[in-house]
Design a protein around this ligand. Structure first.
Ligand code: NAP
Ligand code: ZN
Ligand code: ZN
Length: 405
């Protein structure tokens, strides 16, 4: 059994559940989850705000960890590798979209949670859990430093969801790019657009975020609740990526686009936006578009781009049993800027060796992992359980717990 956190119906809080993962098949990778980001989509789906949530619902699609086992035919990953899993765990693998590496638009895409699967209980269960088993095609390689794993997790959804439209609509030098909504997705959008070389304009409803958005890399910050401030910038932007999670007036942003400019919606509110004025589109040949996460090759490209440019998320780490409170705080915009679940906290007295490595600790858990020295591991290193003494391994060498798998 694998420990997970999920809910049994839309009106119930998330709670601890025991779930079953399949044994790795020939092409499967089993991942010991270290951290999982908390996306607003998790909240939408756990609470049944989008049609079709099936229960139990175990959310989580910003997963990072270490490979613990691979199937016999897996060639691209080995036990011990640092990897990520985003929003996709399967697709048909032969349609036009899959052939183009756009599995996110495959009609048979299987999301990381809440999609049909032959595995128990008949739908996929996500990353608020100890481990996950995923076909190798949908596993991403992480090239950031190991001690950045927690701040890399949000790239797996918030990163790719903003990277993909920024690439698609050519954000770069000479382009003025707006990012609307400065939290989980939006703060990543600012960092990525800036690294692409664009002039970045952040739009927020919060006066307090004026200086914060600049610190994240925005060249300019507009408070969207201030009509005069917005009007002063009419027809000035090439592209807007709108991450807002609630219905709002799209015209206020469309009029800021230049001729031929595009606003791409990535925010997915539970109910529709008021319809925009057609004249705001036709008068300047503007486009209103949408974009959903990204395909697997583009997600790998985004991870590599972020590693190269030193881009990570700004996070607040939480133990999983604070997830319900975190959802309430996310609704109020009370997080800077992404919650990340610290997955080792559910390992029931056995602190994850990977997490200890990330924290610069060294000890051995009472589990099956062996020291690279080859000698059997000693017990017991649990800095979380209040007082259990840490003991070093009998080989006496400095231990790189992250190497143990
Ligand atoms: P989040 O962290 O809650 O951020 C959303 C931000 O939108 C808020 O913090 C706020 O920013 C702004 N906002 C909220 N209510 C608003 C309102 N009434 N008017 C104007 N602005 C408002 O959420 P997230 O995780 O970034 O996700 C954002 C949305 O994207 C969600 O709907 C999520 O489901 C969706 N999503 C879509 C994809 C995709 O593939 N398309 C992928 C992931 C997530 P300010 O305080 O700065 O105004
Ligand atoms: Zn997401
Ligand atoms: Zn397909």
């Amino acid at each position: 059994m694998t420990i997970a956190y999920g809910n049994l119906s839309a009106d119930r809080p998330l709670e601890r559940l025991d779930i079953k993962r399949r044994q790795p098949g020939p092409h499967d990778v089993r991942i010991d989850i270290a951290f999982c980001g908390v996306c607003h989509s998790d909240l939408h789906q756990a609470r049944g705000e989008w049609a079709g949530t099936v229960y139990p619902c175990v959310p989580g699609h910003e997963i990072v960890g270490r490979v613990s086992a691979v199937g016999t035919h897996v060639s691209g990953f080995r036990p011990g590798d640092l990897v990520g899993v985003g929003c996709i765990v399967d697709s048909c693998r032969h349609c036009y979209e899959c052939d183009d590496g756009l599995e996110n638009y495959c009609d048979h895409m299987i999301g990381t949670y809440n999609f049909p699967t032959p595995d128990e209980p008949g739908h996929t269960l996500g990353g608020y859990s100890q481990e996950i088993v995923v076909h190798e095609r949908y596993v991403l390689r992480i090239r950031h430093a190991e001690d950045q794993l927690a701040v890399v997790a949000p790239l797996l959804c918030a990163g790719i969801t903003t990277y993909s439209p920024l690439r698609r609509w050519n954000a770069g030098p000479g382009k003025k790019v707006g990012i609307v909504g400065i939290d989980g997705l939006g703060h990543m959008g600012i960092k990525i657009a800036r690294a692409m070389g664009a002039h970045v304009v952040a739009f927020t409803t919060s006066e307090a975020k004026r200086s914060e958005a600049k610190a994240l890399g925005a060249d300019e910050v507009f408070v969207s609740r201030n009509p005069e401030e917005m009007a002063a910038h009419a027809r000035s932007l090439d592209l807007i990526v709108n991450t807002v999670a609630a219905p709002h007036d799209l015209d206020a942003f469309l009029i800021l686009l230049k001729r031929d400019g595009t606003m791409t919606l990535v925010g997915a509110p539970a109910s529709p936006h008021p319809a925009p004025q057609v004249f705001n589109l036709i008068m300047k040949r503007r486009s209103l578009a949408g974009s959903m996460i990204g395909g697997i090759p583009e997600t790998q490209e985004m991870l590599d781009f972020c590693a190269e440019h030193g881009i990570v998320a700004d996070i607040e780490m939480i133990p999983v049993d604070q997830i319900n409170e975190a959802y309430e705080r996310m609704l109020k915009g009370d997080v800077k800027y992404r919650f990340v679940i610290d997955a080792h906290r559910w390992h029931d007295g056995t602190i994850s060796l990977l997490v200890m490595r990330v924290r610069g600790e060294s000890a051995y858990g009472p589990d099956k992992r062996a020291c690279p020295c080859g000698q059997a591991g000693s017990t017991l290193g649990n800095s979380e359980s209040g007082g259990a003494a840490k003991r070093e391994h009998p080989c006496g060498r400095p231990h790189r717990a992250g190497l143990l798998s």
